[in-house]
Design a protein around this ligand. Structure first.
Ligand code: FAD
Length: 483
């Protein structure tokens, strides 16, 4: 260990978890609930921690919960053997089994779990006209820029872009999407079309009436470091209460382009501060560009001098025990890439749910090591399942969930699959993905009550060929039928 730095803890049997987001906090909670006396340090760059509340297991694999920003003292009060350190990890020395923080503290570990999350992938870095939204600070920076904006361009086709396009008010929005259908990460063209009318529908008052951001960061706790670039990612409902209000009338323009190549230039003498050129030949002037094109795992501080294998997406490769390729180093959440042989019905998506599941499972694996217990890959990795909502659909039409199961978008199936769709405009959208006569995925939007039945049909891989389109016949109580 560095002789000129203060060694805070080098005792053996210690665990260090890096990151106070959902993955890190869940990992800590799980580890300490199994081994209350474990010596655990949580090192996090953000002033608050993220806590899962109102957790509800909806079915075998579907879960829903709320996320709250909390002071770290809540966690320390609950677990007396936990120490929370508010500082950013600057370097990792896997051979010496220690991490060093920006404040020069060195922490020895026996087992380390990296849960440092990810940051937005920007079209261009360090450009004041290109914003990425990741945490409370960047959401507030966006809100500030928006208040003076007449026109913004949103680039990207994932969940964040979708929600932004819906939530931004009073400002012209150019939405640059790469794929033929909007929201391609989550939906096919049918689901997107089903959701599109709600872009024009009246919005509820709920967003505008709530003046405080839900994920607000109050004044940082004394001594807490303020490293905005290390903040926790926002999650479901991140936009709730943040009033995205621009200056002009709303006009939606969706630019479709098979491949997007974006070039930004600040041209003097032009009326807009920045111009963006799309590969479909169109150029738009705007006040700023919001880049919502995905995330990059936060691995930098941990790589130098070590031998981590990285996946193609830049994540730390982890095996079926959440172990990286460096001894005694685990990883969970957005920072890692699941490199075990996946169940054919599961895929990794950098989402809140998976951050919780991975953090929980990593905590269990670390505890299993201490307790010398064998451990098998958790059941939650058998089937991809996610509950979310888009376009405030819930509030507007009193429809509650968007449920995604398995290969809901035919991921990896090639042409070798068929779709069954049932859609009642403004009410529900049900899509089933079948492969070889078996259900392998589903999208359920609205109050369908089908999630449990479909989950079972996907998990048990029953041959459904004989039912054909009757599977989605609204006059058949399918839940009863397959009970
Ligand atoms: P994070 O929550 O990012 O936490 C990382 C933690 O590590 C933070 O506490 C950070 O301070 C700390 N950290 C980073 N570097 C260091 C370091 N060097 N030293 C010490 N600490 C460090 N998911 C959904 O499921 N549904 C949604 O609707 C949804 N909406 C989203 C909207 C936005 C705008 C964004 C950005 C993401 C959204 N996500 C959503 C994704 C979701 O937020 C992430 O998948 C999830 O937060 C990942 O959790 P995590 O614990 O891995 O990382």
């Amino acid at each position: 260990l560095c002789s000129d730095t203060k060694t805070a803890s080098t005792a053996s049997g210690t665990f260090v978890i890096v990151g106070g987001g959902i993955a890190g906090v869940t990992c800590v909670e799980q580890l300490l609930s199994q081994i209350p006396s474990a010596d655990v340090a949580l090192i996090t760059a953000s002033p608050h921690i993220k806590a899962v509340t109102n957790y509800k297991q909806v079915s075998k694999t579907l879960e829903k919960f709320d996320v709250e920003e909390r002071p770290s003292s809540v966690l320390e009060e609950k677990f007396p053997s936990l120490t929370v350190i508010h500082s950013a990890v600057k370097s990792l020395h896997t051979q010496a089994h220690s991490v060093e923080t920006a404040d020069g503290l060195v922490f020895g570990y026996e087992k380390l779990c990296i849960c440092s999350g990810s940051r937005p992938k920007l079209l261009i870095y360090d450009n004041p006209y290109v914003l990425g939204i990741r945490d409370t600070d960047s959401a507030q920076a966006f809100q500030k820029c928006l208040s003076k904006a007449k026109r913004i361009v949103i680039v990207g086709n994932g969940g964040i872009a979708l929600e932004l396009v819906y939530e931004v008010e009073g400002c012209e929005v150019i939405w640059a999407v790469k794929d033929k259908a909007i929201g391609n990460t989550f939906f096919d063209a049918g689901a997107a079309e089903f959701l599109i009318p709600s872009l024009e529908a009246d919005k509820t008052e709920s967003t505008a009436s709530c003046k405080r951001p839900r994920y607000t960061t109050e004044e940082p706790a004394p001594g807490a470091s303020q490293t905005a670039e290390f903040g926790s990612a926002l999650g479901p409902d991140w936009h709730e209460g943040i009033v995205f209000r621009g200056a002009e009338q709303v006009r939606w323009e969706i630019c479709e382009s098979p491949t997007l190549h974006l070039r930004l230039s600040s041209l003097s003498g032009q009326s807009w501060p920045v111009y963006i050129q799309l590969t479909n030949g169109k150029t738009f002037g705007c006040d700023f560009v919001v880049s919502a094109t995905g995330v990059v795992p936060n691995t930098e501080p941990f790589l130098h001098g070590n031998n981590f294998e990285l996946a193609d997406d830049g994540g730390l490769q982890v095996d079926d025990h959440m172990m990286t390729t460096e001894p005694d180093v685990y990883a969970a959440g957005d920072v890692c890439t699941a490199c075990w042989e996946h169940s054919p019905l599961w895929q990794q998506m950098r989402l809140w749910t998976q951050a919780r599941q991975m953090g929980w499972y990593a905590g269990r694996c670390m505890a299993a090591y201490v307790l010398s217990e064998p451990i098998e890959l958790d059941f939650c990795f058998e089937l991809f399942s996610h509950i979310t909502k888009f376009f405030n659909y819930k509030v507007m039409l009193n429809i509650y969930y968007v449920v995604l199961l398995g290969k809901f978008n035919g991921q990896g199936l090639g042409p070798n699959h068929e779709l069954l769709v049932r859609c009642t405009k403004g009410q529900e959208y049900v899509k089933v993905v079948l492969s070889g006569g078996k259900m392998v995925g589903a999208v359920l939007i609205g109050e369908t009550d089908l999630e449990e039945t479909f989950e079972n049909l996907i998990l048990n891989q029953m041959d459904l060929t004989m039912y054909g389109e009757e599977l989605l016949n609204p006059n058949i109580d399918i839940e009863d039928y397959f009970d």
